[in-house]
Ligand binder design. Structure first.
Ligand code: DQA
Length: 253
């Protein structure tokens, strides 16, 4: 049975799935302007998708904007994510640049959680994990397939390998080509929830997969990404429409 991970004010892995809202602004002004409407929607966590930020490769500007964002969020938990182009993100970075960026984010001291993509060099991934843990930053390790849904055993193996590499939380997002693919993702989620001690986050993307964003409490996904304004992936729905469904599907007792 999966454990619980604390991230600022949040307990991830227990009760109703928590709600994350991405910020996809390109400039510091756009990023900071996104905060007020997001706070009004009362999500549990904010994800800053730094691959959308125009100055992401300038460590000083990144850290300054991150610190301003941190201050604007008050006590809301912040996850910082650089999604590489190969996994559906905005920008391609080589290995060195990707890990320099993870390092710069951690040195900036503004984030509560860091997304670390699983499919990079093992030693470098483990080094970032160690640095994050030294700074009490939660590591959400991730993998995305925007084309297809791998088999159930492969999905479970990927989540399991993230935990083996030090993830506090393991996350996988895949694209369904059929309703069966959605069932595969849900079955893998349920299996991983039963075999791993860490909370997991899973989603089947696009319209076909929307049901997976609603039913996390039933199948074992602890966080659902939803929108206030722009979406960061296909199939995300508005926070105001997601919250009542998560409440409705809450398991009592
Ligand atoms: O990993 C994820 C999940 C996601 O891809 C989704 O499908 O909701 C959205 C991303 O912003 C986030 O980093």
């Amino acid at each position: 049975m999966a454990g619980v991970v604390n991230c600022r004010q949040l307990a991830l892995g227990t009760g109703r799935p928590k709600i994350a809202v991405p910020i996809t602004g390109h400039t510091t002004a756009e990023i900071l302007a996104a905060v007020a409407p997001i706070k009004a929607a009362q999500p549990d966590l904010v994800e800053w998708r730094v691959d959308f930020y125009e100055d992401v490769t300038d460590a000083e500007k990144l850290q300054q904007t991150g610190q301003q964002l941190r201050a604007a969020l008050g006590n809301l938990a912040l996850l910082t994510t650089f999604r590489t182009h190969g996994e559906g993100g905005e920008l391609a970075l080589n290995e060195t640049a990707y890990f320099q960026l993870c390092h710069a984010i951690l040195v900036g001291g503004f984030t509560d959680a860091l997304d670390v993509e699983r499919y990079h060099d093992e030693a470098s991934v483990k080094q970032v994990v160690a640095q994050a843990h030294q700074q009490n930053v939660v590591v959400i390790m991730s993998n995305h397939d925007f084309a297809k849904t791998p088999a159930q055993a492969e999905l479970v193996q990927r989540l399991t390998s993230m935990v083996a590499w030090g993830a506090d939380i393991a996350k996988i997002a895949v694209m369904p080509q059929s309703p069966t693919d959605v069932l595969t993702l849900l079955a893998a989620t349920n299996e991983a929830r039963e075999t791993l001690n860490q909370p997991i986050i899973t989603m089947s993307m696009g319209d076909l997969g929307k049901v997976s964003r609603l039913a996390g409490e039933v199948f074992g996904s602890c966080l659902s990404f939803a929108t206030v304004g722009a979406a960061s992936a296909p199939g995300q729905i508005a926070v105001d429409r997601l919250r009542p469904v998560l409440d409705e599907l809450k398991l009592k007792g």
